[in-house]
Ligand binder design. Structure first.
Ligand code: FMN
Length: 166
């Protein structure tokens, strides 16, 4: 299949996740176009599937990733799956701090991108991938890129299963 991996990233962490996803998809034999939304937000993007990622900043997605999802056309994406991923700051161990911070992570970039795409009538994968950074600028928590690859692998089984059944 032909796919898109599009991401926005300020410090490079979400980019690393996007690149790991793209690598896994290519290893599986898919043709993948990588789009760095920090450089360019295309007016049109069409493919058989797309993975879209953003860092969570101020409890939400970046404006570039939002714009990209707003530009996806129903003519292509009502029937072909989009999958959302994001990066979030790891919550502190202490209960009292966790409770304060959770509202800045829980409904962050990926859940919001998913809700936006659903509202627009696009076909959205029910699961989102959320990976943690251990500091504001990163790095990603250990094992994150393996998790990203595994998520891509498992998600493609669902997407390919759906596309071969009709
Ligand atoms: C201005 C700013 C606001 C942030 N706000 C949040 C936030 O609300 N919730 C959160 O989980 N992480 C927040 N973070 C941490 C980001 O999630 C982290 O920088 C990002 O995952 C790194 O990804 P990137 O390297 O792709 O930019 C914030 C970081 C910055 C610099």
């Amino acid at each position: 299949m032909k796919g898109i991996v599009a991401f926005d990233s300020v410090f490079g962490n979400t980019m690393r996740v996007g690149e790991a996803i793209a690598e896994e998809l290519r290893d599986q034999g898919h043709e993948v176009e990588v789009i760095d939304l920090g450089k360019w937000v295309p007016l049109r993007a069409e493919a058989d599937f797309a993975f879209i990622g953003s860092p969570t900043r101020n409890g939400r997605m970046t404006s570039r990733s939002k714009r990209f999802v707003k530009r996806l056309r129903k003519s292509n994406w009502a029937a072909r799956t989009v999958v959302m991923f994001d990066t979030v700051l790891r919550l502190p161990e202490k209960e009292r701090y966790r409770e304060r911070m959770i509202r800045w992570t829980e409904n962050g970039a990926a859940p919001r991108l998913k809700a936006l795409a659903e509202k627009r009538g696009l076909k959205v994968h029910p699961e989102v991938l959320r990976l943690e950074v251990t500091g504001i600028r990163g790095p990603l928590a250990p094992g994150s890129l393996d998790r990203a690859r595994e998520f891509a692998r498992e998600t493609m089984k669902v997407i390919e299963g759906a596309s071969s059944s009709h």
